[in-house]
Design a protein around this ligand. Structure first.
Ligand SMILES: *Cc1c(COP(=O)(O)O)cnc(C)c1O
Length: 355
């Protein structure tokens, strides 16, 4: 049976990415060797990492003065690397969920952290707005898409300090005004590649401003100077990332991807709002187009498990909500076809008819 993959991460990848990755595992760039058994300093792999960084810049319109890096350690290592490299005295953080809280915890090891706003009071079902950003911060950190709760900040903030964003789960879902940011990072395993590589877009001007010594591997300047090749980079995920980026270019770039993403999300949110058995968990204006969180209305609450089982008979997988929210989470990443969303919506309609 065809599967409809709604997992939150790692998650669905395009057939283009999977097919080309498989091919490179068998025979990489006509070398007669697998990409798994060739030097990362070979001219063939050097071309891959350079093209991936260039396509990242092209697709996101990254201006001069920024580096695109491919690192290890996941977004979680960035929770530490960001303050290590940028926090001298005080940083501001917005607390929008588990990932933001993890970032806050790490930053506190390096300096003063002001949590400027939090939506914890409402189990992170909205994105705080209208908070004041002091001008004496080294930077402000935001999480643009809160993967677990399904809230999203779909705009680039204007703030009087350096802006840092965790874009793990919404990178390449919309055009970004990169010049408003000093640093953007994310684990690639949601919209870019299999797990194992982390992307960082960092402004040259943001680096070298703190007085502390930084271990070599945790210093962005090390990786910027060596084109992400200071040590052996995660070769295979980078190769897959390149395939995804090529596919994004073929689709028509991020403007086109945003239109497709909004269409998919509208289809599902419309059904959630129409169907009396389901209800969304997030403030409507902050609904994510990447992760759609919903539950069953109180009178049908005990049918949640039954709906997951029913959906699985249609090939739908990965819709169980995160344990801190419950209910359902359907992740609609870029590689998910709209037909899969239609199958889910049809399953919701059919389930309603059956009850
Ligand atoms: C998945 C996720 C993370 C964690 O990423 P790792 O690569 O597993 O460390 C951090 N932030 C957000 C927003 C995420 O969605």
């Amino acid at each position: 049976m065809k599967k409809h993959n709604f997992y939150a991460g790692p998650c669905i990848l395009s057939a283009y990415t999977l097919d080309n990755t498989l091919e490179a595992i068998r025979d990489f760039a006509g070398t007669g060797l697998s990409i798994l058994e060739i030097s990362h300093r070979s001219k063939e792999f050097t071309a891959v990492i350079e093209e991936a960084a260039q396509l990242f810049k092209d697709l996101l319109d990254v201006p001069e003065g920024y580096h695109v890096l491919f690192l290890g350690g996941g977004a979680s290592l960035q929770f530490c690397m960001v303050p290590y490299n940028l926090l001298q005295n005080k940083a501001g953080y917005v607390d929008t969920g588990v990932w933001a809280s993890n970032a806050i915890k790490e930053a506190k090891l390096f300096g003063n952290v002001e949590v400027l706003a939090s939506s914890k009071d409402a189990n992170y079902t909205y994105v705080p707005k209208g908070y004041n950003v002091p001008t004496d911060l080294d930077y402000l950190h935001v999480t643009t898409n809160n993967t677990i709760y399904g809230t999203e900040l779909r705009k680039d903030l204007d703030v009087p300090v350096r802006l840092v964003a965790d874009m793990s789960s919404d990178i390449f879902s919309r055009p970004i005004d990169i010049k408003k940011y000093d640093l953007i990072y994310g684990g690639a395993q949601k919209n870019v590649a299999p797990a194992g590589v982390t992307f960082v877009i960092v402004k040259e001007d943001a680096l070298g401003k703190v007085s502390r010594a930084i271990p070599t591997m945790l210093d962005y300047r090390t990786h910027a100077a060596k084109g992400s090749m200071f040590n052996t980079p995660p070769v295979l995920p980078i190769y897959s990332a390149l395939q995804t980026l090529k596919w994004y270019k073929q689709l028509g770039g991020v403007e086109k991807i945003e239109v497709m993403g909004k269409e998919k999300a509208a289809l599902l949110y419309d059904e959630i709002d129409r169907n009396p058995m389901f209800v969304g968990t997030v403030a409507p204006e902050d609904r994510s187009i990447m992760n759609v969180c919903f539950v069953m209305t109180p009178e049908y609450k005990e049918l949640e498990k039954e709906f997951i089982d029913f959906a699985s008979t249609k090939g739908i997988v990965g819709i169980k909500g995160h344990r801190s929210v419950g209910g359902f989470r359907a992740s609609l990443y870029n590689a998910l076809p709209i037909d899969s969303v239609k199958v889910l919506v049809d399953a919701m309609k059919e389930f309603q008819k059956n009850h």
